[in-house]
Design a protein around this ligand. Sequence first.
Ligand code: GLC
Length: 613
Amino acid sequence: MTQTPPIAPQRPLLDPDGQQFVEQLLARMTLDEKIGQMTQPEKNSVKPGDVARLALGSVLSGGGGNPDPNTPEHWREMVLGFRREARQSRLGIPLIYGVDAVHGHNNLHGATIFPHNIGLGAARNPDLVRRIGRATAREVVATGVRWDFAPAVSIPQDIRWGRSYEGYSQNTEVVAELACAYIEGLRGEAWHSRVSVLPSVKHFVADAATTWGSSTRVDRQQLELDRTLAISQVGEQFMQLLDLGAWQSDQGNSEIDEATLRRVHLPPYQAAIEAGAMNVMASYSSWQGLKMHGHRYLLTEVLKGELGFQGFVVSDWEGIQQVHPDFRESVVRSVNAGIDMVMVPFDYEGFISTLREAVEAGDVSAERIDDAARRILSVKYALGLFEDDDEPAVPLDEVGCAEHRELAREAVRQTLVLLKNEGGALPLDPGAELLVAGAAADDVGAQCGGWTISWMGGHGDVTPGTSLLAGLRAAASDPAQVHYAPDGRVDRRYRSALVVIAEEPYAEGMGDRSSLALTEEQRALLTRVRAQAEQMTVLLLSGRPNIVSEELPSWDAFVAAWLPGSEGQGVADVLFGQFPFSGRLEYTWPRSNDDLVAPADPLFRPGDELTTG
Ligand code: GLC
């Protein structure tokens, strides 16, 4: 078994006083209260009074788990309701609320939406990521939330995977560096403060190394839409997505050997632990045929033993149910493997009673329960939750504030990767006439992508922001000079044209695609504009490289913009030359669909990017 270079185990999370506090509290807790702390239901499932009655440790919002109306005020009211109810439990143990703030407080309408990780990797700027972490933390804390299921430290090997955009890079060191910067941003001055947010480093481990076709998440024979997939609101188009490859890779099996797992996928966790991370989320995926949620060697012996992780491991959404067909067996195997808190979105009472019975039957030891509860309580203490008065320390008007949007705009500028620029096509002249084509040019939803307001994301004005087109018009000398043709149909020629094409928003396995080729509609748009433009620049909004080899020769310039988020004016800043192109390619860009994984003959390699400043 190849060992990871020895590191000092993570230093104890608490000083002796804190450790004594936790031990004394643990000694007063009943088995049910300890199991309650290990339980995390989704906010729509929790019956009034159950947080106090069951001493629930946490509640979460899944993707799109928003209050109605989806406003900062209603978010704060919802979250504080759960936190205040926890104070009414017998021991008043504080509750921690968790959300996926993976590119800003992205479920919340009006929050600042930052570029997804794939773009931040291109920016390659730890200080920028740290500042984004801090701004995200403040908007999250304003709504009473103190736990963010981020950063993902995925290192995508096969970009057909629908979560590729959650990875910063295909380079392990870059992922580790940026993840630590984000963790430091969420921490702020100190974990023990009222404006720190607990990160979840995810998804442990090698979530991005699954083999295409190995996922069993969707039973193609059954094809019923289970409750989680139904929440994704893609029910009516589910079959088409399956035909395109959905759920072929995500949550599948990784066949890599242990040396590769340790060399490529483990180091970001080691770095995150050294940076003080106190929560890790287990991956749905399997390694060599064994589900990570039931993988005692990796969860306990490696993560908690070898790497010395002192925090707690949370399962993914219904993740333990994939360990074994029998629920009780799943509970026993996953808790014994090292899962400390279980994200059981729906039947939380069933989980509690099943685990209680398993402990009473001796199938899960009391020591394992104590270890899990101790880890959870220690993290809550380290975050200062026991002293917190539940009144958020950040005013609601910081949500989506101008300062954070300016930071997001700065980030957008640094994410843009210039891959072709001939004949002086770029920078565009802000004083000249410009044709902008493609509906994606005026679509904040398309530039935000998945995990935005809803789990899958969507089109149009999904949240307040600035579209690329609006940004271009605001920056042009004369806005009327910026002509917009969503379908590219124009009756005259233009000296300069910008065509914006975008992937359809997606999240997780819904975004798995067997082909990354441009669509017929995109090719037709490009052809129409090419015929009417002397110089044509193409800008791609996508969660991963797309196959553009055939079309690229007819383009004068090509920009990969990834998923920039709400502040599209950052794109205009660079296209008009106010700021240089500085983005770096962190993903190998395949030449064809036949050569997608570690392409032998890629179209672009990291380092092929053109920089202009
Ligand atoms: C999802 C994702 C995970 C997320 C969790 C809660 O299925 O796998 O990244 O944090 O559920 O939304």
